[in-house]
Write a protein that binds this ligand. Sequence first.
Ligand code: GTP
Ligand code: MG
Length: 171
Amino acid sequence: MSELAIPELCLVVLVGASGSGKSTFAARNFGRFETLSSDTFRGMVSNDENSQEASEAAFEALNFVAGKRLEAGLLTVIDATSVQTEARRQLVSLARAHDVLPVAIVLDVPLAVSLAHNALRTDRSLEPRVIKRQQDQLRRSARNLGREGFRRIHTLGSMAEVDAASIRREP
Ligand code: GTP
Ligand code: MG
């Protein structure tokens, strides 16, 4: 069992392909209101959690709520793939605008695992090539996270590591 140390107040950015287990990990390790999921926000602004057309509105709303939480001094977790540099850049800016540290938790599980989870899902199913592309983007991003401004970077490289990980909040 490994403990991932994070500051008591920070912006946690989960990074991982669809099916890597981000939402499951967040539900296990963070409180009900601490995690802001891009899919939930897509649902709120469009009635469809999977609507890619709703992404812009969803992220605008998510950023607004995240900003309110950070202003109130509340740790906040962003549950989105965040495999693209531009997506992470906006989140690092958001953290900086509120003087909190951006922290990355990377779920770098094997592609086969994300694909298998995806295939078993009943709530949504993506084409395998979409997940492959996300995994490629994640791999290319991994070494840049420090330079992008993330102050702590925790990488979980297998489902076993994801399952065994817990969070330790440091004052
Ligand atoms: P997106 O929201 O599409 O980006 O995916 P996600 O990264 O949030 O993955 P999610 O947590 O929804 O996990 C997808 C599926 O994988 C779940 O429906 C579970 O069946 C399975 N799964 C996730 N985490 C675990 C885990 O720790 N152990 C096992 N056995 N299965 C898991
Ligand atoms: Mg999810």
